[in-house]
Ligand binder design. Structure first.
Ligand code: NCD
Length: 309
């Protein structure tokens, strides 16, 4: 396979195993490129990309921008807080206005689940979902799997536990789809109030005891509590959350093996993870960030290959 089976990158749900393999193979090449003294290739000189961020972002926005620049694409950036969205313009109007400036690819983060799918049906551009509400965050899941493959040789057969606020996390859902597609076993661990009822239907086991979950896994992917998506209290206090679901060095050292620690960021140090764990040699958090650029270069490059000029 040398082409993606999809026209947009809306979610891992729509991908085949072969798509993920193709993205990884392409990312291997781009990872080599971004470690050269001249970290740039001319591949997308004829492509224009709009980065539309209707929700806050640090890592993902910078990572996409850098990936696009390394591919020599022309880029325009938009963030909702400084735009006419505040004046009542609809999503389709906003995007169509931007597209009339001859944009080929739209990278969009949006607070509503399904925003990317909706847009892909109404506008004439390739859409990359950079996170839609609590739904999917495909490039994050791809870079997470890519980082596991880099560290452990493959994803197949590995045991991964995703810890924390599964209910409100788009990273969790995309990771579950991606890891299972590649033959990994996935468990989730967190307060029962933050684990969706449907999770077992996805073939994911629930473990509420953090130590048991860590003892079982090869990799722990630790998530932030998404307070901004909560309208009620899901657990009594942050202090109790940390006591039951926070990872500290003492807990990590009490396991009879060395597991790998991941986190998509932003980290709440001292809540879901202590600094000495986040910064330990078992943590691959900064490798994830580095790999994010190569993965986003690969995804955008492959989508751009399908655009007929
Ligand atoms: C995540 C997100 O925005 O979904 N972060 C990211 O993209 N690196 C997770 C989070 O906000 O906790």
């Amino acid at each position: 396979m040398d082409q993606l089976s999809v026209e947009h990158l809306l979610g891992i749900k729509y991908l085949k195993k072969e798509d993920i393999e193709l993205i990884f193979k392409t990312a291997d090449h781009f990872k080599e490129v971004i470690n050269r003294p001249i970290k740039k290739v001319p591949s997308l000189r004829d492509i224009t990309i709009a980065n539309l961020f209707f929700e806050n972002s640090t890592r993902t926005k910078l990572s996409f921008e850098l990936a696009e620049k390394r591919l020599s694409a022309d880029i325009i950036n938009f963030s909702a807080s400084q735009s006419s969205v505040k004046k009542g313009e609809t999503l389709i109007d906003t995007v169509n206005n931007i597209l009339s400036m001859k944009v080929d690819i739209v990278v969009m983060r949006h607070p509503n689940a399904g925003a990317g799918v909706f847009l892909s049906k109404h506008v004439n551009a390739r859409i990359v979902n950079a996170g839609d509400g609590a739904h999917e965050h495909p490039t994050q899941a791809l870079l997470d799997s890519y980082s596991i493959r880099e560290k452990l040789g493959s994803v197949k057969g590995k045991k991964i536990v995703i810890i924390g606020d599964i209910l409100h996390s788009r990273v969790a859902l995309s990771n579950i789809f991606a890891l299972q597609l590649q033959g990994a076993t996935v468990k989730v661990c967190g307060p029962t109030t933050l684990i969706p009822k449907y999770i077992t239907e996805l073939g994911v086991a629930v473990e509420t005891n953090l130590k048991k979950a860590l003892q079982w896994c090869d990799v722990a992917n630790v998530l932030r509590v998404q307070h901004e998506r909560m309208d009620i209290k899901y657990f009594p206090s942050i202090r109790e959350y940390t006591q039951l679901f926070g990872i500290n060095k003492q807990l990590l050292d009490s396991l009879n093996k060395k597991i790998i620690i991941m986190h998509p960021g932003p980290i709440n140090r001292g809540v879901e993870i202590t600094s000495d764990v986040a910064d330990s040699e078992q943590s691959i958090i900064l490798n994830q960030v580095e790999n994010g650029v190569a993965i986003r270069m690969a995804a955008i490059y492959l989508l751009a290959q399908q655009i007929k000029k």
